[in-house]
Design a protein around this ligand. Structure first.
Ligand SMILES: *[C@@H]1O[C@H](CO)[C@@H](O)[C@H](O)[C@H]1NC(C)=O
Ligand SMILES: *[C@@H]1O[C@H](CO)[C@@H](O)[C@H](O)[C@H]1NC(C)=O
Length: 440
């Protein structure tokens, strides 16, 4: 029997103008501000958990007595409780907080525990855990980078924030660990994520859909891979990875490390170069390097003196003056680059292709403070096509994933526009609809 929500799902498959016409006649009416669509109907959908891209999660901080600011004024909030450290980026320039921000966001690698932690005296927590509408873009020129349109479309489909739809923000500075790897921050995060999934799944009597975009795709994948297999079978219906940053790596991650982060971390009045020291302290900065298995011996960084392929990253770290990166790179990242275990749940991977995507970075005079000249190749403008194909091949090859992997390549959708261009978003929504329809 097609109840109203399912009917609304089907409407999604119609061409847009027709859909909008039919839609309005089936939209549940609000009674005294209370939506009447929530009841039994919403229970028919698989609860969905959305994990956004890099700059969408908010971080709150608290400065303890142990904090020794390098500039006295940065200690102003010491002992004053929690405040938004990475939230509204325009506040940073309004309050001249950039320098303090960079110090308070910094991480420290601890060789004893082989793990990263906060700058001494700075405590942090992720804000608005569980709310999809709690995610927001820090970059005023890209206000729709944080799943806003997807979340809107899911709401039209019958999803309700905080009920059968949840946002899962995370601490962007840390890299999601592969199974067996120590990560204090992610152990806690994955535990909370599991509890959230269990609660919603029990409430709605349905297994969960997990969807991650960009860096959130990597977090979603590692989340699933880190759960016990029996738990996955019991609670996960489907995993969607949209433009995921995956272990075969991509060249843009090298550019961010060498020249400082562009786009991924928007801070007003800051250049990529000025953010570089903070960025290099993040675990994420040495993650997602092109894997030697996939990128081979082709040069990735080119200078007059010598070239660096995926095999030469330690030499590159030395050349760019970041030998602090050696140890965590060797002890944490090297294993990740070659980790391709399938998640063993139904998986759909959606990528844009047909966009100019950096493949080689030329710093001819060996000056890594100058912007690179870029040689382009195919991809989604950030992730290289060769990397997507390697991931697909691995997922198809592994027996545990057999018959449960679908790869969709959308021509001319880019890393971000795959969830903001109407036509591409509609394709993604169709897949979510399929999952809800096939199992109801
Ligand atoms: C961010 O803060 C600025 C003032 O610093 C304010 O004008 C703006 O509305 C805020 N944006 C959000 C999303 O809260
Ligand atoms: C570096 O790579 C480029 C492009 O593949 C090649 O033309 C050049 O000869 C190489 N340079 C060195 C020093 O090996």
């Amino acid at each position: 029997m097609a109840s109203i929500p399912l009917l609304r799902l089907l409407l999604l498959l119609l061409p847009l103008p027709l859909r909008e016409h039919l839609w309005s006649s089936h939209r549940p009416k609000d009674v005294a501000g209370v939506s009447v669509g929530v009841g039994a109907g919403a229970g028919e959908l698989h609860p969905i958990f959305v994990v956004p891209g890099a700059s969408c999660s908010n971080l709150e901080a608290r400065l303890t007595e142990a904090y020794r600011p390098s500039v006295p004024s940065c200690g102003a909030l010491k002992g004053k409780g929690w405040f938004g450290l990475w939230d509204n980026s325009s506040d940073l320039s309004t309050y001249h907080y950039n320098e303090c921000f960079e110090e308070q966001m910094s991480l420290v690698y601890d060789p004893v525990s082989n793990d990263y932690r906060n700058f001494p005296g700075v405590e942090t927590r992720v804000a608005k855990f569980g709310l999809a509408r709690g995610l927001h873009s820090k970059n005023p020129s890209h206000p729709d980078w944080c799943l806003e349109k997807l979340i809107g479309a899911l709401e039209e489909m019958g999803y309700h924030d905080g009920d059968n739809m949840h946002g899962v923000p995370y601490d962007v500075r840390y890299a999601a660990p592969i199974p067996g790897q120590v990560s204090q921050v992610y152990s806690r995060h994955f535990k909370e994520f599991m509890e959230l999934v269990e609660t919603a799944s029990k409430k709605h009597h349905k297994k969960a859909i997990i969807l991650g975009h960009s860096l959130g795709g990597m977090v979603a994948l590692e989340f699933v891979r880190n759960t016990p297999l029996a738990w996955r079978n019991r609670y996960i219906e489907h995993l969607f990875l949209i433009s995921p940053t995956i272990s075969p790596g991509f060249v843009v991650s090298v550019r961010n490390l060498v020249s400082g982060p562009q786009d991924i971390l928007y801070v007003p009045d800051a250049t990529a170069l000025s953010l570089r020291p903070m960025w290099r302290s993040f675990e994420i900065s040495i993650d997602n390097f092109p894997s030697p298995e996939v990128f081979g011996h082709e040069p990735i960084v080119i200078t007059k003196q010598r070239n660096y392929s995926a095999y030469d990253f330690e030499d590159l770290l030395a050349a760019i003056g970041f030998s602090d990166g050696f140890e965590p790179f060797r002890r944490r990242m090297a294993a990740r680059m070659n980790y391709f275990e399938a998640p063993m749940v139904s998986l759909t991977c959606i990528n844009g292709v047909g966009n100019r995507t950096p493949r080689q970075l030329v710093y001819w005079d060996g000056n890594f403070d100058e912007p690179a000249q870029t040689v382009f190749d195919d991809g989604d403008d950030t992730i290289n096509l060769i990397s997507m194909l390697a991931f697909d091949e691995e997922m198809r090859r592994q027996p545990g994933q057999k018959g449960r992997f679908k790869s969709i390549k959308l021509d001319k959708a880019s890393h971000g526009s795959v969830l903001t261009d109407e036509w591409a978003l509609r394709r993604v929504m169709q897949e979510i609809l399929e999952v809800n329809r096939n199992s109801s």
